[in-house]
Write a protein that binds this ligand. Structure first.
Ligand code: DAH
Length: 409
């Protein structure tokens, strides 16, 4: 086997760097399929419970990073063609994967909240809908061809993008089915001793390719179990700082879990929110617009360099719900999920948590009173009061029944 050239750091001028980096790394595309995923999809289809129906409906949503008229597609294409990333391989991985791969291999502590069913969607037998694409590290590094490439060239780069699934809040920028673009770079330490600035340079290259050279951005410390250090990037957008990604240097323990020697290899990795990038780039004010079928919206979304002009914004209808519930009955993320299911994403713009308080004398021990505000608004038409009343009373009934809650009038 050919030995990779050993290049001392000091002799790494920009030119040699480019030469070694780019030539052997011709982009290749890998698609990983899983028999288990097919079986689990079959079982989901045979199930008649609401959870199964819900999971299938999320899985059936189009992947906007692969939908040519979506701005997410354009964002991905732009990233894939950047000088630093243009030779990176691409990998597509299954959507239903074992939680042991997502969490154990990636160093998530046993009590990490992402492992619970209030954050992640469990399908069956420890399999979940993937909550981020970073798990591709494993699928990629498991490929014999990739291992050989690493041995020969001493470096590798790969990207993976698509839908991810997490139970989450409901507001203009959050959805439970979203899209991320992940990148991973692995290199032998004797070729390049990666430092945080290397990673920051790549992240800037990505952000500037979308938002221009005048972009104001900041890096700050973050925490992810699989990178150390971990950093997040925020950019200045309409006078606020908005987070656009998480990233870091792969954690030595994870490198080891994936079969490489952390004494020998290092690298960097990132995960951009694709919906977020598209929305900020085009100034799209509500994440639901990305899946709109309204021609006045879709027409505008075809060119990522457009600034989105809101089609007339229909008035919101605001209703609060207050209820008292036994603490063990309620999990707030699951409650959000129920709102999505009972009322429907197309009618809810935002759910705000107004207050939460205990009063043993009034409600009894271990019980809490919650007040939650629902902002009802449809993107395409005005909702009537009667319509909203019907949706809201359905929500109250379900809250009473599923959570054994007492509605406060
Ligand atoms: N998956 C993280 C998130 O969804 C972001 C992230 C991606 C962090 C890749 C990283 C990384 O450190 O390497 O928020």
């Amino acid at each position: 086997m050919k030995k990779a050239p050993s290049v001392g750091l000091s002799s790494l001028s920009k030119k040699t760097y480019t030469y070694i980096n780019m030539n052997p790394l011709q982009r290749k595309e890998y698609t990983i399929t899983s028999e288990k995923e097919k079986l689990l999809l079959d079982t989901l289809q045979k199930r008649t419970d609401t959870e199964a129906k819900r999971l299938l409906s999320y899985l059936a949503l189009p992947d906007l990073t692969r939908t040519p008229h979506s701005p997410l597609y354009a964002v991905v294409q732009r990233l894939l063609s950047l000088p630093t990333l243009k030779d990176f391989d691409l990998i597509t991985i299954p959507e239903i994967i074992p939680s042991s791969e997502v969490f154990d291999l990636f160093n998530f502590p046993k009590d990490h909240p992402a492992r619970t069913s209030s954050d992640s969607y469990y399908v069956e037998g420890g399999y979940i809908l993937r909550p981020h694409p970073s798990v591709m590290w494993k699928y990629y590094l498991d490929l014999p061809e990739v291992q050989q490439k690493l041995e020969e060239n001493g470096r590798l780069g790969v990207m993976c993008y698509g839908k991810v699934y997490r139970r989450d809040e409901i507001d203009w920028q959050h959805s439970n089915v979203l899209h991320q673009i992940d990148g991973l770079y692995i290199v032998r330490k004797d070729i390049q001793n990666v430092v945080q600035q290397d990673l920051e340079a790549v992240l800037l290259e990505v952000a500037e390719s979308l938002f221009g050279k005048n972009l104001k951005s900041r890096f700050s410390v973050d925490h992810f179990p699989y990178t150390d250090p971990s950093i997040e990037m925020v950019i200045s957008w309409r006078d606020q700082w908005v987070e656009i990604l998480g990233s870091g240097i792969p954690h030595p323990q994870v490198i080891k879990n994936l079969g490489l020697d952390p004494e020998v290899y290092t690298g960097w990795a990132f995960g951009f929110g694709a919906d977020r990038l598209a929305m900020l780039k085009m100034q799209i004010p509500d994440i639901r617009l990305l899946r709109s079928t309204d021609e006045r919206v879709t027409r505008q979304l075809t060119n990522i360099d457009n600034v989105y002009e809101p089609v007339s914004k229909y008035p919101p209808v605001v209703r609060d719900i207050s209820f008292v519930v036994t603490d063990s009955e309620l999990n707030i993320n699951q409650y959000y999920e129920m709102i999505r299911e009972v009322v429907g994403d197309e009618y809810v713009e935002e759910v705000k948590f107004l207050d939460e308080y205990r009063n043993a004398e009034r409600w009894g021990e271990g019980r809490t009173s919650y007040t939650i505000r629902i902002v009802y608004r449809n993107l395409e038409r005005t909702l009537t009061n009667e319509e909203v009343d019907a949706l809201h009373s359905k929500l109250m009934t379900e809250t009473e029944q599923r959570y054994k809650a007492a509605i406060r009038k």
